[in-house]
Design a protein around this ligand. Structure first.
Ligand code: COA
Length: 386
């Protein structure tokens, strides 16, 4: 039985910051962001948007009523959780009216969480072929004003419907993982923003990739010649490109072929920024919707990396007619986002929900996105469907 991605959807907040404006405000050469990091814009989430609203919006864009009746598991991968106990998936399950007899959970391991969710979904469908699993990667990346990671921030969610006989991509059974106990990026419970050893994290990203790929080659007998494209975790686009260069080593022909596809695979990431656990799947969406070269039967190699660190290399093969499940004008939709000034972005960055003594907040700003945080009632977050 073939199992894989049947549908894929995406949601970003409606605000965007141009990194040229940020560079000017921080007195940095704009080319450091544009050429040095290969990033041009970043999505900014207002206080009424969080991993629940973004995740629900990404999923609502792809689900039919039949899907909602068949889904019996909702998995949210995230590292920007809104609650230490209750899973974001439970809120999303309710907001989307998914049939009640379902399992809803949240998975955390930095930017790797949703990849673990995808593997869990695959195993579940192998056991229960008639069911469908909704896997959502939803995150808001905030490093801090004027921090090293600031130009790589972003926000958004990718939703994938996993089923038997999928219409986009069959997931192959060739997954290889590596776990390495390191402190390259982490966020203690008492911190608002992550602690990052930036340079170390970039080195670990690449070393985990090359060592895991060597093991993948030994385990599967496959090589880069088997793949038409590669999608990597994209904390910022230049990091992905460096990863690709590292595994291609001195094979210039393969590097040039895969680099062409890589540039198609970062079109959305470059204008959204880092969405942590969703960034590899945003890259997949970008590849599928922007490549004129890919065709059914082509295989894509994936490298998922979550600091801390866990990584996974796996692959998928495109199904006949996959392009019918995609959106043609997504970049135009992204161009409709409201461009913020740096002062507006900074104001949103520091905005916090002001709770009264009883844990209520009722005067939240208006938000006409499909899903929004409406109020907090005795410390309970209440969401609105618009
Ligand atoms: N024009 C063109 N390129 C420029 C430039 C300019 N004026 N100024 C700098 N650059 C280039 C640098 O040469 C460098 O490119 P290279 O790595 O290919 O040599 C790139 O821009 C970044 O410059 P650098 O000085 O390394 O940036 P930084 O010290 O501000 O921090 C990170 C970069 C990645 C460490 C920082 O963004 C960060 O901490 N990010 C968060 C952690 C992360 O995403 N980790 C990834 C693994 S998960």
């Amino acid at each position: 039985m073939n199992i894989g991605i049947d549908k894929i959807g995406f949601a970003a907040p409606s605000y965007v910051l141009d990194l040229a404006d940020l560079a000017l405000a921080r007195q940095i050469d704009p080319n450091k962001f544009k050429i040095g990091l290969l990033q041009s814009e970043m999505a900014v989430a207002p206080i009424t948007q969080d991993i629940v609203t973004l995740g629900a919006q990404a999923a609502a864009a792809i689900l039919s009523e039949d899907d909602k009746a068949a889904i019996d598991m909702v998995i949210v991968g995230t590292e920007s959780s809104i609650d230490q106990s209750k899973a974001a998936a439970v809120f999303i399950h309710q907001l989307l009216d998914i049939q009640p007899f379902a399992r809803s959970i949240e998975i955390k391991e930095a930017c790797y969480g949703a990849t673990a969710g995808l593997s869990l979904a695959k195993s579940h469908i192998a056991q229960f072929p008639n069911s469908k699993v909704l896997v959502i990667a939803s995150d808001i990346a905030k490093y801090g004003i004027a921090s090293g990671g600031e130009p790589t921030q972003g926000a958004g969610a990718v939703a994938m419907l996993v089923s038997a006989e999928p219409r986009i991509m069959v997931l192959n059974n060739d997954n290889v993982c590596q776990t390495r106990d390191i402190m390259d990026f982490w966020r203690p419970n008492y911190d608002k923003y992550p602690r990052v050893d930036g340079k170390f994290s970039t080195e670990q990203y690449t070393d985990c990739l090359t060592t895991t790929f060597d093991y993948y080659v030994k385990q599967t007998g496959k090589s880069l010649a088997d793949f038409a494209a590669m999608c990597l975790h994209i904390p910022f686009s230049k990091q992905g490109l460096k990863g690709l260069q590292a595994i291609c080593q001195n094979d210039e022909k393969t590097l040039s072929r895969l680099t062409e596809r890589f540039h198609e695979a970062i079109v959305y990431n470059q204008v959204v920024g880092n969405i942590y656990t969703g960034s590899i799947f945003l890259s997949l969406l970008s590849l599928l919707e922007n490549s004129q070269t890919l065709k059914a039967g082509d295989s894509v190699l994936f490298y998922s990396y979550g600091s801390g660190a866990v990584c996974e290399i796996f692959s998928g093969t495109l199904v006949e007619g996959y392009h019918k499940q995609l959106v043609e004008n997504r970049l135009d939709q992204l161009k409709e986002r409201k461009r913020l000034s740096v002062a507006e972005y900074e104001a949103i960055f520091f905005e916090e929900i002001a709770l009264d003594e009883a844990g209520n907040a009722i005067d939240l700003p208006a938000d006409d996105c499909p899903f929004a945080l409406q109020q907090v009632d005795q410390h309970k977050r209440i969401y609105r469907k618009n």
